[in-house]
Design a protein around this ligand. Structure first.
Ligand SMILES: *Cc1c(COP(=O)(O)O)cnc(C)c1O
Length: 359
C-alpha cells in the first residue's frame, strides 16, 4: 500500500528493521546514548548549535509537541496571538484555551494566506502580546505560510515566535536564526520518515522557564524534559523502539543530502502529480507557488464522491486523504512524504486516469 496521507508514512526497510533492535530499559546507559544522539541529529537537520538550542524529545504524536510548546513556553503573565488559517492553527487556539492562557486570534478562511496588514493592526491594538503561534505548513490545505515577513514583525516587537512545523520540519526551509524562531514543534513520522510515537520541540535554551516556575502540565512540561535529557535521563518511559527508528531515519536522511535534498525529491514528486492530474482536468485548490512540496490539495474529479474515489484508489493500493470540515466533500489531498518513488507516483497518475476513464 502506498500512503499518500500526511503521515504516518511508508517506511524504508532500513527504518522498519531498526524497530527490531534489542530490548532496552530507558534507565540504562544505552538508552541515554540513543536519546542524546537523536537530540544532536535533530539539531543538525537545520545546523543548530547545541549551546544555544535544545531538541526536547517526547513520546506522543505531533499534537503532544504542539501542546508542550504552547503550555510550557507562554508564561503566566504572557499573552499569545494565534494565527489561524486551517485546522492546525485552530488547534493551537484550543490548546491555549484549555490551559487558560491569555490569547487572541487572527482568523482567516482556510484557503486564505496570512493577512500581514491585519496582523500589524492587531499587534498595534494589543501591545501586550508576548508570543505569536503560527503553523508553518497548514496541512489542511497544503498552504506553506510565508514566515519571512511575519518573523521580521515579531523580531521588531520582541515577540517570541512559536512555530508548528509538524508537517514541514525536514522537508521545507526553516531558518531558525534569521527568522528569530523561539521554538518549533515537530514529529518523527512526517518529513523525517520515522515511526509514529515520538515528537519533539526544538527550542532556544533561553526561552525555557526558570526552574522555580510551576508548570501548567506535568507530562508535557518542556522544562522538566530538557533538564533531565541534558543529564541523559528522562522523566517518564519513552517509546524506545520508535527512538531506534528515528535515529535510523535521521541517519538515512543525512546520508541522502539532508532537508534540501528531501525538499527537491518532494518537489519532483509533487510536480509529477500536479502535471499528471492537470492533463485530465483535476485542478489544485491553491494557486501554484502557495503550496508546500509536502502536500497538495486537489478538487475531486467531477462525478466522484470522496468515498468512491478513495475506495477505488485503495483497491489499487493507494491511500489518499480527505479534506476536513467544509472541504470534506470537495477536495482530496496527496502527500509526497515517506519512502515513495517517482515510479510510485507515475503509477498513481496512471491509476487515477484509469478510474476516471472507467466511470
Ligand atoms: C499532523 C499535524 C499535526 C499533529 O497531528 P498528530 O495527529 O498529533 O500527529 C500538527 N500540525 C500539523 C500542521 C500537522 O500536519
Amino acid at each position: 500500500m502506498i500512503l499518500l496521507n500526511p503521515g504516518p508514512v511508508n517506511l524504508s526497510d532500513r527504518v522498519r528493521n531498526a524497530l527490531l533492535r534489542p530490548d532496552l530499559c530507558h534507565r540504562e546507559v544505552e538508552f541515554s546514548q540513543l536519546q542524546s544522539k537523536i537530540r544532536e541529529q535533530l539539531l543538525q537537520v537545520y545546523g543548530l548549535e547545541s549551546d544555544r538550542w535544545a531538541a526536547v524529545l517526547l513520546t506522543g504524536s505531533g499534537t503532544a509537541a504542539m501542546e508542550a510548546m504552547i503550555s510550557s513556553l507562554v508564561p503566566k503573565d504572557g499573552k499569545l496571538l494565534v494565527i489561524e488559517n486551517g485546522v492546525y492553527g485552530e488547534r493551537l487556539s484550543k490548546i491555549a484555551k484549555i490551559h487558560s492562557i491569555d490569547y487572541i486570534t487572527l482568523s482567516h478562511a482556510w484557503d486564505a494566506e496570512i493577512d500581514i496588514n491585519g496582523l500589524v493592526k492587531l499587534l498595534n491594538e494589543n501591545a501586550d502580546i508576548t508570543h505569536l503561534a503560527v503553523v508553518h505548513h497548514e496541512t489542511t490545505t497544503g498552504r506553506l505560510n510565508n514566515l519571512v515577513e511575519l518573523a521580521l514583525i515579531c523580531q521588531e516587537r520582541h515577540i517570541q515566535l512559536l512555530v508548528d512545523g509538524v508537517s514541514s520540519f525536514g522537508g521545507e526551509e526553516l531558518n531558525f536564526a534569521d527568522w528569530g524562531i523561539t521554538a518549533c514543534a515537530a514529529t518523527a513520522n512526517k518529513c523525517l520518515h520515522g515511526v509514529p510515537g515520538t515528537s519533539f520541540v526544538i527550542l532556544r535554551r533561553d526561552a525555557l522557564p526558570s526552574v522555580a516556575t510551576i508548570p501548567r502540565t506535568l507530562y508535557l512540561d518542556l522544562g522538566t524534559y530538557c533538564q533531565q535529557q541534558d543529564r541523559g535521563g528522562t522523566p517518564f518511559t519513552q517509546s524506545v523502539q520508535t527512538f531506534y527508528a528515528l535515529t535510523e531515519a535521521l541517519q538515512e536522511m543525512a546520508e541522502a543530502g539532508g532537508w534540501s535534498a528531501r525538499h527537491s525529491h518532494y518537489n519532483q514528486l509533487a510536480s509529477l502529480v500536479r502535471d499528471g492530474l492537470a492533463s485530465i482536468g483535476i485542478k489544485p485548490l491553491l494557486p501554484l507557488g502557495s503550496s508546500s512540496v509536502v502536500l497538495n490539495a486537489y478538487y475531486l474529479p467531477e462525478g466522484f464522491s470522496y468515498e468512491e474515489f478513495h475506495d477505488q484508489l485503495k483497491a489499487r493500493d493507494y491511500i489518499i486523504y480527505s479534506g476536513q470540515g467544509n472541504l470534506a466533500q470537495s477536495i482530496f489531498r496527496v502527500s509526497t512524504m515517506g519512502a515513495i518513488t517517482h515510479a510510485d507516483m507515475e503509477r498513481f497518475v496512471t491509476v487515477v486516469k484509469q478510474i476516471i476513464n472507467n466511470s
